[in-house]
Write a protein that binds this ligand. Structure first.
Ligand SMILES: [Zn+2]
Ligand SMILES: [Zn+2]
Length: 792
């Protein structure tokens, strides 16, 4: 692109035979994540490059630019602004408008007025950038080894923001007035740290201290303690980690014992990609995901022969891996330390610890030393968890690095706007709490909040909602909630007065969440496979087929009900095996399966049988999770569950993917909803056990059977409804083996298959579906719903 000097074109050389290019004025508006990401200095530099006169301003909609130059030049400049923005900018819209030339004689960054920036999106936290990494590793740099180095392209954002607009005074960096050198960087448009709100240096910024429980202070960052197998509590970006050398058997065993976390896998942090590759298989997509600005945990397949302690991730063949994302993390990888356990520092599923005092009290007896700093964490935020399936990223736990980026959800907004764009709050589920707040065409999901049945997590739910309302400057008029009467979020929703309440069935919300993420209104078919969800008939649903649009979903088929003998069964899957055997085959079935019903004495079996006979304290369930539990325990794979989905994950781990055959099952189509029977599956498993079939073969057959059941039902439903689009949602689809098998089968059968990528497929994603259904119920005035208190 030729650079034009606008002075020349405007003023000079008249009458000397040259063509004079007429100066025009244009106003350019750019919306999206464009503040706090170096957008104005970027525009400033481009303006200099193209010879543009005018200004750039952070406005309520994003960034506004006034550009004066010949028209071709302005258009080229506009094109450059939107086509190669700074790395962290996310442009969601832009336009250019004709204006009267005002005759500016330079280009400048206009000061924005506070209170005028309410619509601006807030950036998530960003992993340390290449340039800042250079700074901290350069002995000559004044930020050499400074753990809080950041710039416009990286550093803390969401975790330090207390209010908007995003200015230092509204963040936890307000405690650290900038020194003159930092202040100069902050004011210089040509500097990488121009308007970098958390800008800091060793002279003016936060500091770390290393101490023990008695308050003794030690020099350094604790490398020698890590090397000698000690456990450090390290304050990071969104909370504390417990950190130890992942290669040290004793340290890992101690951590597991002290954290009373017998089976749940620990995540690790590796120095760099080379170290990751020593331990895990790494595709180009996985490597790229590890290095994205979000720096999430990526679930990777471990190499078979590694020298890592078995305690790291017992019973599974994957490892949750992340790369260092703050300068402090980078500095830990010295003196030969290459791979560290970095597990969230919390006690028995309570919220992540973020406070120094709290860490010293609660981590006593777990951590040996404390590496803490004096910058407050305002918004608690766990590490995000992701995986790559066939080259595509799927987010399993959405938190640091992604929140609070919006999710476009409103498929209708282009030509058919929602009714008045009311703000809706979806409260989410229970086990993987996360709410969703809408503002216009964007849905803002909260960070993962944990199991809301825990007091601390519920408290976090209660104070995070108003924080999001403040940050987004919205007050939801509508609240959508799960129908489960005992969910904490549901109870909270029902206690809110003066708002419209809309109850949404759990699996409807799953399917709608998948439609929303894929910007589809339906009608579509949907299959939802998960552990627990309250059904409209009071049963516990979890293997469900629907057809319709978000506001009008019909239950077309489900797994035949089985009695669930008490909540305790979820932790003891052997009870579910017995239930399936007894319900299908009676006492003879129990005798056949007797020696395979582990962790259960004769007496316990008898008590359970009586319970089933009398239907005492049992609830009918069609849960897919419980079906996996029953098969997994009967095959002896997992007999005691300590984290959600454990039995299914361990079964996937041992399953032989090369198996081609499957078990039988029954499909009862006499009346709607159709019912899928499992007698053939358990007949098959008993036969395999009697023949001594390898467990991996049986597990493989089981996976194939579930995929075949789903395909069978969907083919029938397509024939009856004419619908060829199908959504896959629910926690069970985190099972890659099942997901892949099914997606392939359905694609071969000509279905358009929709699934989750940005939003978790598990209960962490239901709040998006809740708001989608609520908005559609309101928009369509669906009969049978009243605006006062709706149950969908
Ligand atoms: Zn940086
Ligand atoms: Zn400074």
């Amino acid at each position: 692109m030729a650079k034009t000097n606008p002075f020349k074109s405007r003023t000079s050389n008249l009458g000397m035979g040259e063509v004079v290019m007429k100066t025009v004025a244009r106003e350019i508006k750019i919306e999206g994540v464009v503040q706090g990401v170096g957008f104005r200095p970027f525009v400033f530099r481009l303006a200099a490059e193209y010879g543009i006169l005018g200004w750039v301003l952070n406005s309520s909609e994003g960034v506004t630019i006034w550009a004066e130059a010949p028209e071709d030049t302005v258009l080229a400049f506009y094109n450059a602004c939107v086509s190669r923005p700074p790395k962290l900018a996310i442009i969601v819209g832009h336009r250019i408008m004709e204006r009267e030339v005002q005759g500016f004689d330079h280009f400048f960054i206009k000061h924005s007025e506070a209170g005028d920036r309410r619509d601006v999106m807030i950036s998530p936290d960003v992993a340390v950038c290449e340039d800042c990494y250079q700074d901290i590793t350069d002995k000559q740099n004044r930020r050499y080894r400074y753990p809080f180095t950041n710039c416009t392209n990286c550093g803390p954002r969401f975790t330090i923001i207390m209010d908007i607009p995003y200015d230092r005074i509204k963040t936890t960096m307000r405690d650290f007035p900038m020194c003159p050198v930092c202040a100069h960087e902050f004011e210089d448009p040509m500097n990488r740290r121009f308007h970098a709100v958390p800008n800091a240096c060793p002279d003016c910024g936060p500091q770390v201290t290393l101490s023990d429980l008695d308050g003794n202070i030690y020099p350094g960052l604790g490398h020698e303690f890590l090397r000698s197998g000690r456990i450090l509590a390290v304050k990071g970006l969104g909370g504390f980690h417990l950190i130890c050398d992942a290669r040290c058997r004793e340290a890992v065993a101690n951590l597991r014992r002290r954290k009373i976390r017998e089976f749940k896998p620990f995540a690790v942090m590796c120095r760099d990609l080379q170290v990751v590759e020593q331990y895990c298989h790494l595709s180009p997509e996985e490597a790229a995901l590890l290095e994205t600005p979000a720096h999430p945990i990526v679930i990777l397949d471990r190499r078979r022969q590694d020298d890592l302690p078995p305690d790291l991730a017992p019973g599974i063949s994957t490892l949750g891996v992340m790369l260092p994302y703050t300068p402090l993390h980078h500095l830990l990888f010295e003196y030969g330390l290459e791979i560290l356990v970095a597990t969230s520092a919390n006690i028995s599923d309570d919220p992540l610890i973020i406070d120094n005092e709290e860490a010293l009290v609660k981590l006593k007896g777990i951590a040996d030393y404390f590496l803490m700093h004096n910058r407050q964490i305002y918004n608690r935020c766990d590490d995000s968890v992701t995986t790559v399936v066939d080259g595509e990223t799927q987010v399993m736990r959405r938190a640091r690095g992604y929140v609070p980026l919006p999710i476009p959800w409103d498929a209708r907004s282009e030509n058919q706007p929602l009714t008045s764009h009311v703000s809706i709050l979806g409260c989410g589920g229970e086990l993987k709490g996360a709410f969703c707040l809408t503002k216009g065409k964007d849905a803002f999901m909260s960070q993962h909040l944990g199991d809301l049945n825990h007091y601390g997590n519920y408290q976090q739910f209660l104070y995070t909602i108003p924080r999001f309302e403040t940050m987004l400057d919205v007050k939801p008029e509508v609240i959508a909630y799960d129908l489960h009467p005992d969910y904490m979020a549901t109870r909270w929703a029902k206690s809110q007065s003066g708002r419209t309440l809309i109850g949404v069935q759990h699996h409807h919300a799953h399917m709608a969440s998948c439609l929303a993420e894929n910007l589809t209104t339906g009608p579509a078919l949907g299959v939802v496979c998960d552990g627990t969800g309250y059904g409209t008939d009071g049963a516990i649903w979890g293997f469900e087929f629907f057809a319709g649009t978000p506001a009008r979903l019909e239950r077309m088929a489900h797994l035949a009900y089985m009695p669930l003998p008490g909540e305790i069964t979820i932790k003891h899957p052997g009870r579910m095996s017995l239930t399936y055997l007894y319900e299908h085959f009676g006492a003879p079935g129990l005798r056949r399966g007797h020696k395979h019903l582990p962790t259960m004495g004769d007496e316990e079996q008898q008590v359970l049988v009586r319970q089933l006979e009398n239907r005492f304290n049992t609830v009918p369930t069609s849960s897919c999770g419980r079906l996996f539990d029953a098969a997994s325990a009967l095959l002896g794979i997992c007999t005691r569950v300590q984290y959600e989905g454990q039995a299914a994950i361990e079964m996937e781990t041992v399953a032989d993917p090369g198996v081609r055959d499957r078990y039988e099952y029954e499909l009862n189509c006499h009346s709607r909803p159709y019912r899928l029977g499992t007698r053939g599956i358990f007949e098959g498993i008993l036969g395999d056990l009697e023949r001594g079939t390898p467990t991996g073969v049986s597990a493989g057959r089981f996976h194939r059977t579930v995929a075949a059941m789903i395909e069978d039902v969907l083919l029938r439903l397509r024939e009856e409804t004419g619908l060829g689009t199908v959504t896959l949602s629910g926690g069970v689809f985190a099972n890659k083996l099942l997901f892949r098998l099914l997606r392939q089968k359905l694609a071969e059968a000509g279905f358009q298959v929709l699934y989750h990528r940005k939003v978790p497929t598990n209960d962490g994603g239901v709040s998006l579906g809740q708001v989608y259904i609520a908005s559609e119920v309101i928009r369509e005035h669906v009969p049978g719903h009243t605006i006062q208190n709706l149950e969908h």
